[in-house]
Structure formats: structure tokens, C-alpha cells
Design a protein around this ligand. Structure first.
Ligand SMILES: *[C@@H]1O[C@H](CO)[C@@H](O)[C@H](O)[C@H]1NC(C)=O
Ligand SMILES: *[C@@H]1O[C@H](CO)[C@@H](O)[C@H](O)[C@H]1NC(C)=O
Ligand SMILES: *[C@@H]1O[C@H](CO)[C@@H](O)[C@H](O)[C@H]1NC(C)=O
Ligand SMILES: *[C@@H]1O[C@H](CO)[C@@H](O)[C@H](O)[C@H]1NC(C)=O
Ligand SMILES: *[C@@H]1O[C@H](CO)[C@@H](O)[C@H](O)[C@H]1NC(C)=O
Ligand SMILES: *[C@@H]1O[C@H](CO)[C@@H](O)[C@H](O)[C@H]1NC(C)=O
Ligand SMILES: *[C@@H]1O[C@H](CO)[C@@H](O)[C@H](O)[C@H]1NC(C)=O
Length: 410
């Protein structure tokens, strides 16, 4: 064991030394790696965008300890050209983040969908593939830190948006959806006959009704009493059978508490609350979810309550962005510049509940480091494999090594 540890140290040290010349990522200050970057704009603009993506990674790294790097497949593209704008209007979409989700049996034996990013951290296991696909709409007007202030009307601080999207990508993603039912909600569908019909996300495991403390997970179990063979799925067939089933009223009920009724659902930030406890919406151990608006599957449930959090340090995950406001403005207004940064106290707690290792304290990233980014894919891959193969030996040492200032280049 001792010998292996020493060998590991040497290999890692060598890698770190090599990395100063080859690559800066992952570095102690940024565990997010851009593995692919498609950009159709000019080089100056593309470089600015790439810098923002890296800076977003630094802000999150300032809050969370990672064991394996988070791989980002990024694109700065005209969404209407990439996707069909006549089907869904992407003109108003600023950015989207799609986490790669994998299904497996959770600790309570229930199958859930986990973002790959989280799975890797929990199981200390390297899995090939990009964790998050980030697409930014190049047709919007962006303000970049360092550009003149105030930000012109209609402009967007891309940093704010990318950090928000990355948090979705790390697992702040609900699966309860109205598709194709319109007036009833259900979790995601399983994709093989050996799985339950409805498979929720890990995020959904922590959602409770504030009124009675009942978990949404227990409703997923109830919905799974419905027998349906997905192999022969069609939208219409599903609607026909499901709407006649005894389980349909559950799905309608969840729609109702998600639609235009403030404070009905929240994320539990502790495991100490008993399922039968009455919870009040202001309770400290709840992060209220967005249920005030007319149900919208991109905004409802998967964001925090606007009215409660917009003017607090937990502003990051509200569903809409106020144009004209930079991330720096917002942090200053809510007094979080030097305390928690963009990831407020309740969101920090939730990321911990989800399974991430949350840092004890927050130090704002040094934004002057790493303006020019080069990355080396092969090396980051090797690093991940080595890290995961020795994890059981002495993992704490990795951080000590990785925190060595000599691998920083300025
Ligand atoms: C998950 O658990 C179920 C029930 O216990 C079992 O049938 C299934 O094989 C398990 N799936 C995996 C991937 O382990
Ligand atoms: C959602 O809420 C609005 C406003 O209260 C209401 O008019 C609408 O009928 C609700 N939708 C459903 C499907 O219940
Ligand atoms: C679902 O339908 C397919 C095709 O008809 C069939 O092969 C399969 O056995 C069915 N699965 C279940 C669980 O009934
Ligand atoms: C809701 O989500 C589904 C995917 O689950 C999507 O196909 C559908 O278009 C979405 N509906 C709206 C109105 O965005
Ligand atoms: C948040 O503050 C803004 C002014 O900065 C104000 O217009 C808005 O109403 C406040 N929102 C809430 C929910 O208090
Ligand atoms: C959120 O807060 C900002 C000020 O930080 C304010 O300009 C904006 O109007 C608020 N949005 C809502 C919906 O209250
Ligand atoms: C945050 O800390 C920095 C460095 O200590 C200081 O210059 C700055 O004024 C602080 N900002 C706020 C809003 O407290």
C-alpha cells in the first residue's frame, strides 16, 4: 500500500509538472475541462466565450471539491441554424445545458437517473464521455467582464448564465414533466422493460410537499403501480391508457401543486425531518422550488422560488435572468461577493445533500489567472484514470498535491 502510494505521488507529480507546459486543466482552481468547443464566430469572440466557460468552472470549483474532472462539450452556435426554429423557437433561448444521465440503483434500492458528473464523484469511478453539453446561442448580445459598464440594455452577462447552466448540469434537474399529458405531471420514462416505467432523477428524491412533508418519490412509487409496456409506446396510446388508470389522479395532483401555487414544494436540505412532519414554507431546511408561475416544463420545479430568493444570496437558480444586471452586481446587491459567491448558502447545502463534497469556505477565484487556455485531452484522461485507480489508497493526498501552487501558471 505504501509503495503504491509513493508511486502514485511520483506519477502525479510528473503529470503536474508536464501539465504546466501542456495544459492547465484540470487545475486546483478549475476542475471543468472543455473537451470540445465549436464556435462559429470570430476568434476574439470565441476566446472570450471560452474564457467565460473556464471562469464559470473556477467559480464552481471554489465551492465544491471534485475527485474527477467535469468534462464540457461546448458550443457557441446559432441555435436556429443548429436546431429547427420552426419546431421550437430558440430565438429567446440564451443557453442550454444537458447533463449526461445514467441510471442505477440508488442506496435505497430505487432506480434513479444520475448526472454522470455526480455519479463519478460519488463512486470515484472514471466513466468515459462528456458530463455536460453546453450550447450557447451566439445570436444574443453578451457582455463580458472587463467590457464597459453599465451593461447595455438587452445584453446578457454570459458568466452568470453559464454558472447557472453548469449547476443544472451537475444535477439541479427535475424529471417531472407534462409531456405528453398537458395537465398532469410524471417523472421520466424508463427505457427498457426491465426498469420501472417511471424513473425519477436524483434531484427529485429530495422534493417534498411543504404542506405535509410527503416526498415526491413516494408518488413515483405510487405511479409505478401503473402497468404499461413501453415497447409499444405512442403518445396517444399512453395518454389513453394512463388517463383511465387509477394513478392518473396522482399525476394531476402534482400538476396542480406545481401550477401557479407558491410554496408548495421544496428541496429537503436535511435528512433529519421525518416524512410525516408538517413543514412550513419558511423553514430553514427547505429550498423552495418555483411553483408560482403557470406550469412550464423548462422553468417550473427545476428552479428556486423567484419571490423568495431573487433578492438573496441564493439568487442563482431562479428561472429568469434580469437583463442589464451582471453577476458582480447581483453578488454585491445580495452581499455574497466574498461570502458564498454565486452559489448561495442553501444551494451549497443542497449540492452537499445531492452528494457533492462542499468546501468549508469560499474564496473568490483569482480571475486574473489563466486568460489563455490550452488544454490537453489525453492528459486529462490519463489523470482521471490514475486518480480513479488509486482512490481507495489515500485520496486526501491528491488534494494536497493538486493544491500545490507550483502547477499554477500565470
Ligand atoms: C436494481 O434493483 C432491482 C430490484 O432490486 C433489480 O431487479 C435490478 O436488477 C437492479 N438493477 C441493477 C442495474 O442493479
Ligand atoms: C393552471 O393555473 C391557472 C391559473 O390558476 C389555471 O387557469 C389553469 O387552469 C391551471 N391549469 C391546469 C391544467 O389546472
Ligand atoms: C412488451 O411488448 C413486447 C413486444 O410486444 C414484448 O416482447 C415484451 O415481452 C413486452 N414486455 C412486457 C414486460 O410485457
Ligand atoms: C416539455 O418537455 C418535453 C420533453 O420532456 C418536450 O418534448 C416538450 O416539447 C416540452 N414542452 C414545452 C412546451 O416546452
Ligand atoms: C427585489 O429587488 C428589486 C429591486 O432591486 C425589486 O424591484 C423587487 O421587487 C424585489 N423582489 C422581491 C421579491 O422582493
Ligand atoms: C430580481 O432582482 C432584480 C434586482 O437584482 C430586479 O431587477 C428584478 O426585477 C427582480 N426580478 C423579479 C421577478 O422580482
Ligand atoms: C471582497 O474582498 C475584496 C478583497 O478582500 C475587497 O477588495 C472587496 O471590497 C470585497 N467586496 C465586497 C463587496 O465586500
Amino acid at each position: 500500500m505504501k509503495i503504491l502510494t509513493i508511486i502514485f505521488f511520483i506519477i502525479l507529480t510528473l503529470l503536474c509538472l508536464t501539465r504546466t507546459t501542456l495544459s492547465q486543466n484540470p487545475s486546483p482552481t478549475n476542475w471543468f475541462i472543455i473537451t470540445k468547443f465549436q464556435c462559429t464566430s470570430d476568434k476574439t469572440k470565441c476566446d472570450k466565450v471560452k474564457n467565460v466557460i473556464n471562469l464559470a468552472g473556477k467559480y464552481i470549483t471554489a465551492t465544491l471539491n471534485f475527485k474527477l474532472s467535469i468534462k464540457i462539450n461546448a458550443g457557441f452556435l446559432d441555435l436556429c441554424k443548429v436546431r429547427k426554429c420552426d419546431v421550437i423557437d430558440y430565438n429567446n433561448v440564451i443557453a442550454s445545458a444537458s447533463p449526461l444521465m445514467i441510471k442505477f440503483n440508488d442506496t435505497d434500492g430505487k432506480m434513479r437517473s444520475f448526472p454522470l458528473a455526480l455519479y463519478k464523484q460519488i463512486h470515484s469511478k472514471y466513466v468515459a464521455g462528456d458530463d455536460i453539453t453546453l450550447i450557447i446561442n451566439s445570436q444574443k448580445d453578451y457582455w463580458f467582464r472587463g467590457d464597459p459598464l453599465p451593461m447595455p440594455v438587452g445584453y446578457v452577462d454570459l458568466l452568470y448564465v453559464v454558472i447557472h447552466e453548469f449547476i443544472h448540469g451537475l444535477g439541479f434537474t427535475n424529471s417531472w414533466d407534462d409531456y405528453p399529458l398537458k395537465t398532469a405531471l410524471r417523472p421520466g420514462f424508463g427505457d427498457s422493460p426491465s426498469q420501472p416505467l417511471f424513473v425519477e432523477n436524483i434531484f427529485d428524491k429530495f422534493i417534498v410537499q411543504t404542506q405535509n412533508g410527503k416526498s415526491l418519490s413516494s408518488m413515483t412509487d405510487e405511479l409505478n403501480q401503473f402497468q404499461y409496456n413501453l415497447t409499444t409506446y405512442s403518445d396517444q396510446d399512453f395518454i389513453n391508457s394512463f388517463s383511465k388508470s387509477p394513478q392518473f389522479s396522482i399525476a394531476q395532483y402534482v400538476y396542480n401543486i406545481a401550477n401557479n401555487t407558491r410554496g408548495t414544494m421544496g428541496l429537503l436540505l436535511t435528512s433529519n425531518i421525518q416524512p410525516s412532519n408538517q413543514l412550513s414554507p419558511n423553514q430553514n431546511d427547505i429550498l423552495l422550488l418555483e411553483t408560482s408561475i403557470l406550469f412550464n416544463n423548462g422553468s417550473s420545479i427545476g428552479h428556486v422560488d423567484m419571490q423568495t430568493y431573487n433578492n438573496t444570496s441564493d439568487f442563482l437558480m431562479v428561472y429568469s435572468y434580469t437583463s442589464g444586471e451582471t453577476l458582480d452586481d447581483k453578488m454585491e446587491k445580495t452581499g455574497s461577493t466574498n461570502t458564498t459567491g454565486p452559489i448561495g448558502p442553501k444551494l451549497r447545502r443542497f449540492l452537499g445533500v445531492l452528494g457533492y463534497d462542499v468546501k468549508q469556505s469560499y474564496t473568490p477565484p483569482d480571475i486574473n489567472i489563466g486568460i489563455h487556455i490550452s488544454f490537453n485531452l489525453l492528459l486529462s484522461f490519463i489523470l482521471d484514470v490514475i486518480l480513479s485507480s488509486v482512490l481507495n489508497l489515500d485520496f486526501s493526498k491528491v488534494f494536497i498535491l493538486k493544491a500545490n501552487p507550483y502547477i499554477l501558471t500565470i
